[in-house]
Design a protein. Sequence first.
Length: 266
Amino acid sequence: MVRLVALSFAGVMYGCGASQNEVERIIANWAQQQLGSRFGSGECTALLEGAEDAARSAGHSVPGMTRGCYSQNSIYCWSDTEVSLEQAEPGDAVQFYNWDEKYDHRTKDAHHHTAIFKEYDGTTLQVWEQNQFGAEPNGNACVGYYHPNYQTKWGTKHNGAIHVFRLGGGSAPAPNPSPSPPAPTPSPSPSPSSCTDKSGWVTQEGDDCSDWEKHHYCTSDGSTGRGWKSRWGNVDDVTYRDSAGDSCFDACCACGGGNRHMAVTV
């Protein structure tokens, strides 16, 4: 699949932050601060995931990465809302798929690459990225440049697709509530004091409890999570169970299962 970008006006600057939401602002500022360093594992996805964690630490709700929003399962999907390059704002997620381009007598590829949108002027796309071969020594975070609308008299000079996912729109930190009257002293009642995931639990596809929690495949009350795609079937299908037949609802604390120890609270 090749995605071509159509422009209405030459010289228009997209992604200037005019409509940037708070999550995008946090992600963009955090990414700018990482330039010249290598974040986390050093993988390209680690930079975006670190930025998302910064937004979550500020009290915002940011969805986790999922797969399967396209027929190519290798495409990472960073939200349920995909926008065009012209609609993108600094801090949105950029996912390259089988991308290669020729520009200024140089060849550049990003076959399976994740980055953070910085700006787009109709010709040059700027992103914050890391682990891009040849862009920065040791794969450090840097500003990368791509040219999705570059054409010559012989036609376009690129192949592949660039997907942009809107980040933000989640809940902002709640204001401090007004003091409320003291509640009556409750009677002693049992309450969970701790929970432990089933040791060694892993699905037939190789995912463990931490994967299910990270990607929001389930909820703590034992329901299907917002990260799960209906096209994958049911959460508790046999493919998503371990060799003993236990599903995430049986084995994982994040999904309402696990080994829970009760204590009496007075």
